[in-house]
Design a protein around this ligand. Structure first.
Ligand SMILES: [Zn+2]
Ligand SMILES: [Zn+2]
Length: 394
């Protein structure tokens, strides 16, 4: 058995305890004050110096005793703003927050990896930056950490992330090459009309009517202006108009949604067209509308050479038969893509499905559960990949 997996198995009880602590006390966005306090304490106990380079973004560095390159390993820490319905004994005690994306696993795995790296620090042929990132779910955290300089001093040459997945068998590792996950651009369209009595619509301008026309036009934008060979989506997830009255034309309302895709040029064009359609449609009906772009994350690019390397190393941990090349690109997004834009990167999807496949539910669901059997594998993959990659790329 792989030496780091043996060690990670010894740490399993500790990993489970950490994971359950994080699960019980989830925090969202970059307001991870208790979470980062806990992570910092654990890292300091191991002998690390911990730096907070942006709000609730922590970095610790291992190695640096032998010359070599620098590799970054990343775990995200934020939960989702949603209530939990798993019924687990360690369910969320923070109302309206839940680790439904498995980031509690990511922190636990990265802490165990940090411990094993520290135990093997003299053998590290270069430097490992251990990155605890906030605010993945709204796509702000990776960019904040990069803007704060995480990729420099020393310069980072490659980056690896692991995301737990609740649908796959434990300890399978799903990976892709090239563009593997879509970009994401969130929007909030404010539509302004003129409120009036519902019995006298001619005295007002209905923002609902404008909103519905904008909705239709946005769907037609994809159908009529995008090459069918492209893979992209535009979804309006919320239309918020009125206060529940039957006889009031409200004065304004919102359409909220996201665009996903794999072609940055196309996304740029579509964003411009969305703005033109929104303002133009509102004008046709005598109202006004504007688009506010809420967030943006690029498409995830996995460097083929780096991927070949880490797939080879990770196979030593989980077994070659459990390394699963992605069959198709996912339109879902990950802000680790900001790292992928800048340095050779890979994000592995670690299988963490519960034993009974029929009981598996996707992440972001209030009932989702993950198998803690996956924890040692995640920690060992982090360590094996960093140690071996640094050794082979002196
Ligand atoms: Zn998520
Ligand atoms: Zn996630």
């Amino acid at each position: 058995m792989n030496q780091y997996l043996i060690r990670a198995n010894e740490l399993k009880e500790e990993m489970v305890a950490n994971r359950r602590h994080f699960h019980r006390y989830p925090e969202v966005r970059n307001e991870l004050f208790e979470t980062t306090k806990y992570v910092r304490e654990k890292l300091e106990e191991m002998g690390y110096e911990v730096e907070e380079i942006c709000q609730c973004g922590l970095v610790a560095v291992a190695g640096g005793k032998k010359p070599g390159k620098c590799i970054l390993i990343r775990g995200d820490m934020d939960a989702l703003p949603m209530p939990e319905e798993t019924g687990l004994p360690f369910s969320s005690e923070n109302p309206g927050a839940m680790h439904a994306c498995g980031h509690d696993f990511h922190m636990s795995m990265l802490l165990a990896a940090a411990k094993i790296l520290k135990e093997n620090e003299d053998e590290i042929e270069g430097t490992v930056k251990i990155c605890f990132q906030p605010n993945e779910e709204t796509f702000g955290g990776a960019k904040d950490m990069i803007d704060a300089g995480i990729l420099e001093h020393p310069h980072v040459d490659a980056a690896l992330a692991i995301h737990i997945g609740p649908m796959a068998d434990v300890a399978t590792l799903d990976f892709g090459k090239g563009l593997t996950m879509g970009s994401a651009d969130g929007f909030d369209i404010l539509v302004k009309g003129k409120g009036c009595h519902g019995a006298a619509p001619h005295k007002g301008i209905s923002p609902i009517n404008i909103g519905v026309h904008i909705y239709m036009a946005l769907q037609e934008l994809l159908a009529r202006e995008v090459n069918p060979a492209e893979q992209c989506t535009l979804t309006v997830g919320s239309m918020i108009f009125g206060e529940g009255a039957t006889n009031v034309i409200p004065s304004e309302g919102h359409l909220l949604g996201t665009m996903r895709g794999f072609n940055a040029e196309l996304t740029k064009m579509l964003k411009k067209r969305v703005e033109e359609i929104v303002t133009g449609t509102a004008k046709v009906f005598g109202g006004e509308a504007e688009v506010k772009w809420l967030f943006s994350s690029p498409a995830m690019y996995c460097d083929p050479d780096f991927t070949d390397d880490v797939v080879r190393y990770a196979a030593d941990v989980v077994g070659a038969e459990r390394m699963i090349p992605k069959k198709e690109r996912a339109t879902g997004s990950e802000d680790f893509a900001y790292f992928g834009e800048r340095v050779p990167s890979q994000i592995f999807w670690l299988g963490g499905g519960v034993e009974d496949p029929s009981a598996r539910i996707s992440n972001h669901n209030p009932k989702v559960q993950f198998s803690e059997e996956a924890l040692p594998y995640g920690a060992a993959v982090y360590v094996q990949c960093t140690m071996e990659w640094l050794k082979e790329h002196k």
